[in-house]
Design a protein around this ligand. Structure first.
Ligand SMILES: Nc1nc2c(ncn2[C@@H]2O[C@H](COP(=O)(O)OP(=O)(O)OP(=O)(O)O)[C@@H](O)[C@H]2O)c(=O)[nH]1
Ligand SMILES: [Mg+2]
Length: 458
């Protein structure tokens, strides 16, 4: 077992309890020395694994520091795979800090960020894919993102990769047999190899596509509301957020700065941006606002372009539309609750032939549901089904999968044209790349990078 480490594993700030976690060599014995159980004849070292014991943590003079519940988990059935002790202190920063200091006095070292999870990885409790899923769980912004990360923690990605590895090892064996025993074995069955490779490549592509969609749930998207002044941009922001976030008035030029907030649209974390209405203006403050609007609109993943049915489509609208037309756009013709309608259907079709258009009213909340479902459809392009959830990967793994695919594509392209030992090189390359996904072949520095993303105590 490795040297003992300790850290506060609960987030800073006030809470019901705060947990000091210890892992490694002799942690149960060490805590026993600081611990005074309520029931006099109890000793932690004699308690079975996975039990809770009530008592006090005491300072050097034997005075109680905090009343605590101590849980012990013995190797290998613990988070890290080592002996683990968790001291449940009272909430708030102070009790846990004092208990931690007391523990550190005993010669136990403060854990580095992610060190508990790193040990779990090194002890084979988790593979890299699962360890990274732990980070995603910590950071999940919506239920859906959490659900995806949980699937990964259960090892679904690793199982899929394992299957592909097994297939590849088989192909590799076929190639090697022909290489080593040309006379006995003869040429490998190229048709069979080709078929197998195509299946694996298709599977890799499927995973890469699922990864792209799952990223949307993990990282979210940025949606900007654009349009000329007074079309109802801030009203739309407020309606989507269901709170009065931005000031709304009937004076054009009300919003002068970017207003942003997070929103959950069917499980997708959406950063929604309300912008200053774009127009030529003498007002210096508004000019800066307009400039900023242009910048954020350029960077958004999706733009909701608002029109005002009562003004008709004006040259201002045309002008704004020209600057956003290359991106993904949804047009919302607003204020349909009013009598004075000046936007004709033919005009819309002519100006936005391939772009979804919704007619609605922010004020009456008409068209908002349709807007949300369009946003979901447009960013996911087909949605994420439950099969996809099984094969979600992160950016690092995505790169490895893409590398594996490239190697296999090379094998496929050169099959029967190059000597057999050349195929072997690419097959090995693909196997190595797949090994990186689960972490079997990870280099030390990559492992470091993964675990440094964690917070202390995890
Ligand atoms: N009747 C009606 N009025 C609306 C609707 N949506 C917004 N308005 C009104 O339109 C006016 C302008 O709304 P805002 O949300 O401030 O418009 P904006 O696009 O943010 O304007 P700037 O910040 O000036 O660019 C307000 O008086 C709103 O109450 C709607 O669907 N119907
Ligand atoms: Mg506004």
């Amino acid at each position: 077992m490795q040297d003992a480490i300790a850290a506060i594993s609960t987030p800073p700030g006030e809470g019901g309890i705060a947990i000091v976690r210890l892992s490694g060599n002799k942690v149960i014995e060490t805590v026993d020395k600081l611990f005074k159980p309520f029931r006099r004849d109890v000793e932690l070292v004699k308690r079975p694994s996975h039990t809770l014991t009530l008592g006090w943590i005491i300072d050097e003079e034997g005075n109680p520091l905090d009343e605590v519940l101590v849980s012990i988990m013995r190797e290998p059935h613990s988070y890290t795979g080592e002996d683990v002790v968790e001291i449940n202190c009272h909430g708030g920063t102070l009790p846990a800090r004092r208990v931690l200091e007391r523990v550190l006095q005993m010669g136990i070292r403060l854990a580095e960020p992610g060190e508990f999870t790193r040990r779990a990885f090194l002890n084979g409790r988790l593979d890299a894919s699962q360890a990274e899923a732990v980070i995603d769980i910590i950071r999940a912004k919506t239920d859906k993102a959490m659900q995806i990360a949980m699937r990964r923690l259960q090892g679904s990605t690793s199982r899929l990769v394992q299957q592909m590895e097994d297939e590849l090892v088989l192909i590799n064996a076929m190639v090697e047999a022909s290489l080593d025993f040309p006379d006995e074995v003869g040429e490998p069955d190229y048709e069979e190899i080709k078929e197998k490779l195509e299946k694996i490549i298709a599977q890799l592509e499927h995973m890469l596509e699922a990864a792209r969609r799952a990223d949307i749930y993990r990282q979210g998207i940025t949606v900007a509301i654009a349009g000329k002044p007074n079309v109802g941009k801030s009203s739309l922001l407020n309606a989507l957020l269901r709170k009065e976030r931005a000031i709304v008035t009937n004076i054009p030029g009300t919003t002068r700065d970017i207003i942003e907030d997070w929103l959950n649209i069917r499980g997708i974390p959406v950063k929604i941006l309300d912008t200053a209405g774009i127009r030529d203006t003498e007002d210096i403050v508004e000019q800066i606002g307009v400039q900023r609007s242009r910048e954020v609109i350029q960077q958004a993943d999706l733009i909701i372009f608002l029109l005002d049915v009562t003004t008709g489509i004006t040259p201002e609208d045309q002008y704004i539309y020209e600057s956003i037309a290359d991106g993904k756009v949804i047009v919302l013709v607003n204020k349909e609750d009013l009598e004075d309608k000046k936007v004709r259907e033919e005009e819309l079709q002519q100006m936005f032939p391939d772009i979804p258009v919704i007619r609605g009213s922010v004020k009456e909340e008409i068209g908002l549901e349709e807007l949300e479902s369009l946003i979901e459809q447009m960013v996911l392009a087909g949605g994420l089904n439950s099969d996809d959830l099984e094969m979600v990967v992160n950016l690092r793994q995505k790169q490895s999968l893409a590398a594996a695919r490239q190697h296999l594509q090379d094998v496929l392209d050169t099959l029967q044209q190059v000597p057999l030992d050349c195929l072997g090189v690419d097959l090995q390359g693909a196997l190595e790349a797949l090994g990186e996904v689960t972490g079997k072949n990870l280099k030390e520095e990559v492992i470091d990078r993964i675990f440094h993303e964690f917070c202390i105590g995890k």
